[in-house]
Design a protein around this ligand. Structure first.
Ligand SMILES: Cc1cc2nc3c(=O)[nH]c(=O)nc-3n(C[C@H](O)[C@H](O)[C@H](O)COP(=O)(O)OP(=O)(O)OC[C@H]3O[C@@H](n4cnc5c(N)ncnc54)[C@H](O)[C@@H]3O)c2cc1C
Ligand code: FES
Length: 256
């Protein structure tokens, strides 16, 4: 799939709380096809301390208006600089990067935690366009850790799990009452311990499972080898051969 390096203009910004914000980015021309689970490498403007681009999942795609939305958690200097940008500012992106989710399965569950919720909105919409309504389970420590909630409602059956009980069921997302073995495929993105627990459950119950890894990255195109995962087929670049992998190929990763 062809990659592009393009300046986008910020045409929308939403601040959910002190941790999360989203940016709507307008492309000057027609957007290429974007798989759910693919990501962009963002050049962080105006901060000389941030040399490397930052990988961020594509949260939403609007092909009529040629916009992409990024949902970002502020964790360090790069994301803090992005949080200070405003409508009218430009952002340079390399995109669309990596291999996305397969969109296979008819009775599917999507499980997201924290910033890992980001790629699941575009994934939900792609399933909806195939006439499939997934079960979508979103987890976080508190309701503030699940910044995007209502946006998912048109596309599936939604369940929330928070550790403090401030939204949905109290506990881990893997303890939610909708987290059962009745699905034929599970898609997950979020904190590593959560994804490992989801993948382990899927494998124990003979359910196909796709996990989207968020390893540290630099080049984003398979050149620097800083993002490798120890898969069952040897070392794989998460940026190029992932970020989405079938859990069956990651038994080393799941069990370590
Ligand atoms: C394929 C992919 C998709 C991603 N999608 C999103 C997304 O949609 N939204 C989002 O908010 N974040 C996403 N991330 C994580 C995001 O790239 C990092 O949070 C970001 O690069 C941190 O940059 P920074 O300069 O703010 O932090 P830094 O100053 O570089 O680091 C601050 C802290 O964050 C930690 N950190 C940095 N990168 C990562 C990472 N990749 N995973 C876990 N911890 C990290 C560092 O260890 C450090 O403790 C994604 C990462 C990958 C690889
Ligand atoms: S980030 Fe450079 S090889 Fe993956």
């Amino acid at each position: 799939m062809r990659k592009y390096i393009t300046d986008f203009t910020i045409v929308g910004k939403q601040v959910y709380n002190e941790m999360y914000f989203s940016l709507v980015l307008k492309h000057p021309e027609q957007l290429p096809e974007i798989e759910p689970g693919q990501f962009v490498e963002v050049d962080v403007p105006g901060n000389k301390q941030v040399m490397l681009r930052r990988p961020i999942s594509i949260h939403d795609v609007d092909t009529e208006n040629n916009t992409l939305t990024l949902l970002v958690q502020v964790v360090g200097k790069g994301t803090r600089t992005l949080a200070a940008l405003n409508v009218g500012d430009k952002l340079n992106l390399v995109y669309p990067l990596g291999h996305g989710f397969s969109l296979e399965g008819k009775n599917v569950m999507l499980v997201g935690g924290g910033a890992g919720i980001a790629p699941l909105l575009h994934l939900s919409k792609c399933f909806a366009s195939k006439g499939i309504r997934p079960t979508i389970l979103l987890g976080g420590r508190t309701t503030n850790h699940i910044p995007v909630q209502k946006e998912f409602e048109p596309y599936g059956t939604i369940g929330f799990a928070t550790e403090d009980g401030s939204l949905g069921e109290k506990g881990m997302v893997t303890q939610h009452s909708l987290f059962t073995n009745s699905y034929d495929r599970i898609y997950t993105c979020g904190p590593t311990p959560m994804m490992k627990a989801v993948a382990r459950y899927a494998m124990q119950n003979n359910i196909e499972c796709e996990v989207s890894l968020e390893n540290m990255m630099a080049c984003g195109i398979g050149a620097c080898l800083c993002c490798v995962v120890d898969s069952d087929e040897g070392h794989k670049c998460v940026c190029k051969e992932g970020p989405v992998f079938n859990a069956k190929k990651l038994t080393n990763w799941i069990n370590n």
